[in-house]
Design a protein around this ligand. Structure first.
Ligand SMILES: *Cc1c(COP(=O)(O)O)cnc(C)c1O
Length: 378
């Protein structure tokens, strides 16, 4: 079988053969074996945030956004008000979710290359006592920036408000310990840093907070409270679960544990990211973010200035070399992105760099530098 293309993207990602093989069975949703795997999955996810004593996993069929929408709709009640911290597309999406769900909200916004500023969050909370909840994205995948979630959580807790986190692209690779970072819920999905296949979102919920959310959700399918109650009492999903995806996710969690959990997974991604950034800089490319703001998840590069650099051709030619990259999503700069997550290691990152170099030569682009070369006329 030919090697599938390596996915240097924000997800879905390259998965291991054993994760794919886990799907080669038919399971009934009432099958005792499946029910056991589902329970183990729920327990393991809570362990990843040190939440054994106080959190429960509520799975949500669908992509990651389904989990985020379910989290906001369930935790932010019709009488509550959410403050959304925005520095990219996923923060903006949470505002759109509130528009659909008709939830009151206000926003604080920063440029896509700036982290959320915890001090400004504290000031906004002091100014508006009607705000009950705050939502933040841990790693804004739009740029790859890491937001200071621990500091933000401390500010929110000090102001006696509740924090909801979209940790989609960071969960399983960057630490988020519920014993030291106060929050009520965190949403993530099967197909990012845990390296499963797409199809399942999940929200890890503080049980005491979830208990008071009955009747909040505006949509039956997105009601985490109801989903939780039914799974707890019957061990069954309310509606057809993505069984193959859950079984593969269970396998992916076992492989995540074997790699050393969050620390091990994060270490491989940090090594991938360093190889990528060092190698791209050596070819003249420049990253959007300084290293101290860069999460080891996905890296945004400025578009090269050389007029011979045509992104669509660059993309297509890299694809022919078996590497898939990702277009930019920024409003602040013309850019593209290369991910360092998924079942990829040093060999694949080095291979991707060799492909970038070969494609640049084919395009006749001497440098990836985004700066226009000074001409004698200037
Ligand atoms: C991937 C991602 C999501 C969810 O995207 P889906 O396409 O719905 O899976 C949400 N937030 C962040 C930060 C993400 O990276």
């Amino acid at each position: 079988m030919a090697q599938d293309p390596w996915l240097l993207t924000p997800g879905p990602l390259t998965t291991s053969m054993t994760v794919k093989q886990a799907m080669l069975h038919d399971w009934g949703s009432r099958d005792a074996g499946f029910i056991r795997l589902n329970g183990e999955m729920r327990t393991r996810l809570v362990e990843l945030i040190g939440g054994e004593a106080s959190f429960t996993t509520v799975p949500m069929q669908g992509s990651g956004t389904f989990a985020v929408e379910a989290m906001l709709a369930t935790f932010v009640g019709p009488a509550d008000k959410l403050l959304i911290l925005i520095n990219g597309a996923y923060g903006k999406r949470m505002a759109k979710i509130c528009d659909y769900a008709k939830r009151a909200y206000s926003i604080l916004e920063w440029a896509e290359d700036q982290p959320v500023n915890p001090q400004q969050v504290a000031e906004a909370l002091a100014k508006d006592p009607t705000i009950t909840h705050v939502a933040v994205v841990q790693c804004e995948t739009t740029s790859g920036i890491l937001n200071p979630v621990a500091e933000i959580a401390a500010m929110v807790a000090r102001a006696k408000r509740r924090l909801l986190i979209d940790a989609m692209s960071a969960f399983g690779a960057l630490p988020l310990d519920s014993r030291t970072i106060p929050f009520d819920a965190v949403a993530a999905s099967s197909n990012k840093c845990i390296e499963g296949v797409p199809g399942l979102g999940f929200v890890l919920c503080r049980e005491t907070a979830l208990k008071s959310c009955k009747g909040n959700a505006h949509a039956l399918v997105l009601d985490l409270y109801d989903q939780w109650q039914v799974i707890e009492s019957t061990k069954q999903y309310r509606f057809t679960p993505p069984i193959h995806c859950i079984v593969a996710f269970h396998q992916a969690l076992a492989e995540h544990a074997a790699e050393g959990g969050v620390a091990g997974r994060g270490a491989r991604y940090r090594a991938n990211c360093k190889i990528l950034v060092d190698g791209m800089r050596a070819l003249g490319f420049e990253t959007l973010l300084p290293d101290h703001l860069q999460a080891p998840i996905i890296v945004t590069f400025h578009m090269p200035a050389d007029p011979k650099f045509d992104f669509q051709r660059f993309y297509d030619m890299l694809r022919e070399h078996n590497y898939v990259i990702y277009p930019g999503k920024l409003t602040v700069a013309d850019s593209f992105r290369i991910g360092c997550i998924g079942r990829l290691g040093a060999a694949e990152m080095t291979g991707a760099l060799a492909a970038v170099k070969a494609v640049m030569a084919e395009l006749g682009v001497a440098s990836g530098s985004p700066k226009k070369l000074a001409t004698s006329a200037e």
